[in-house]
Design a protein around this ligand. Structure first.
Ligand SMILES: [Zn+2]
Length: 208
């Protein structure tokens, strides 16, 4: 299966490069398109639904050979498989990202820095109505709330070097409020982010 996956990636790369670079049909068809349609359909049939759907939209010829079958199977695929499909598409869309909550692709301008929740998102936060909790707040009284899409954009900037507008400084935050039990008590809370071993880490500190 691993061998099949590697071969498929090479073929996909060849087809995609040919289509994108030339902007029109190449005089020399890529290796995959030289295969009989039955073989291509057989290969697609052994792929996961999200990979088969990606293959079907590589170019017009593959779309005609594979038809809408892969799209129909993707509709019945598990949530994670559909998200993987969107993630693959979004790799070629630097100004967009896949949304795990609503399973759509959003423009990065829809996501603001994680300042106070009421400041960042007047009204409803993006995609919080789908039933999945995609935000985190370290303190009950704090206005500071991090949404999963913000972390997605920071990691996209880190992994691919694309300027998504989310450097780690976007997650820095300092908050001061009075203690509940005494008006003289002051509570200071700070937040900082870092990426270690390709993992996004948040550090919260509280002084009372
Ligand atoms: Zn969404």
């Amino acid at each position: 299966m691993a061998l099949l996956a590697n071969s498929w990636r090479k073929l996909m790369s060849a087809v995609w490069t040919d289509t994108v670079n030339n902007g029109e049909e190449s005089a020399t068809p890529p290796d995959l398109l030289r295969l009989p349609p039955e073989i291509i359909m057989s290969i697609a049939g052994m792929l996961p639904a999200q990979s088969s759907a990606c293959l079907a939209i590589c170019c017009r010829q593959l779309s005609q050979i594979l038809g809408p079958k892969s799209w129909k199977s993707l509709r019945r695929a598990p949530h994670d498989d559909r998200f993987d499909f969107l993630s693959t598409l979004a790799k070629d869309l630097p100004q967009h990202f896949p949304c795990r909550n609503c399973l759509r692709i959003h423009h990065i301008s829809e996501i603001k820095w994680p300042r106070g929740m009421e400041i960042s998102y007047p009204g409803n936060a993006p995609c919080t109505s789908g039933g999945l909790r995609t935000s985190y707040s370290h303190l009950y009284r704090s206005l500071y709330e991090i949404h999963y899409p913000q972390i997605q954009l920071a990691m996209k900037q880190h992994r691919y070097g694309i300027d998504t507008g989310f450097p780690l400084e976007a997650f820095q935050y300092l908050e001061v409020w009075q203690g509940e039990d005494s008006p003289w008590k002051v509570i200071l809370s700070s937040a900082n982010a870092q990426i270690v071993s390709d993992e996004f880490l948040m550090r919260f500190q509280i002084w009372a």
